[in-house]
Design a protein around this ligand. Structure first.
Ligand SMILES: [Zn+2]
Length: 158
């Protein structure tokens, strides 16, 4: 495992889907579709986040090294571009909440009986809960899907 921690990001309004995927990869990614350019600039400098943007002017307005102009058009390709550019494929981080960027923590199966569909409760044993918005995750949902997707990225970038 590499000793360099992955950067923290903030994504502009054009990159909502990609931001969710980055979170599922475990990368700390700020995203708020109501944040304007000035908000994003201030946040990135204050919290030492790299701004991911599709906006040439906004990218140009950021200090060197504090933003990346994302070139790919489709979210899937954008994710591939970012993973490759920042070597995120080499980090194995615990996933974060796709909704709010909160950290996930394991939760006992007994605790989620009322909170997940009966079929899920019957078929799944490992659950995680967002520490901030309390959304429940399990392997069969998108955690499984994102793992598969990352495997594919690794194959192509390897
Ligand atoms: Zn959450």
């Amino acid at each position: 495992m590499t000793s360099v921690p992955p950067p923290r990001f903030a994504a502009d309004v054009m990159l909502g889907k990609t931001a969710k995927w980055l979170r599922m990869l475990g990368v700390d990614t700020f995203y708020d579709n109501k944040a304007n350019d000035a908000d994003l600039q201030t946040l990135c400098l204050r919290e030492v986040r790299v701004l991911l943007t599709k906006d040439v002017a906004l990218h140009a307005a950021m200090p060197a090294g504090t933003s990346r102009l994302v070139e790919a058009v489709h979210p899937r390709e954008q994710l591939r571009e970012i993973v490759s550019a920042f070597h995120l494929d080499r980090s194995a981080l615990p996933p974060r909440c796709s909704l709010c960027n909160g950290e996930l923590a394991a939760i006992e199966k007994e605790m989620v009986g009322e909170l997940v569909p009966p079929y899920v409760f019957r078929t799944q044993d490992l659950f995680q809960r967002c520490s901030q918005c309390h959304k429940i995750y399990w392997q069969g949902t998108h955690l499984g899907k994102i793992n598969k997707f990352i495997e594919n990225i690794r194959k192509f970038s390897g």
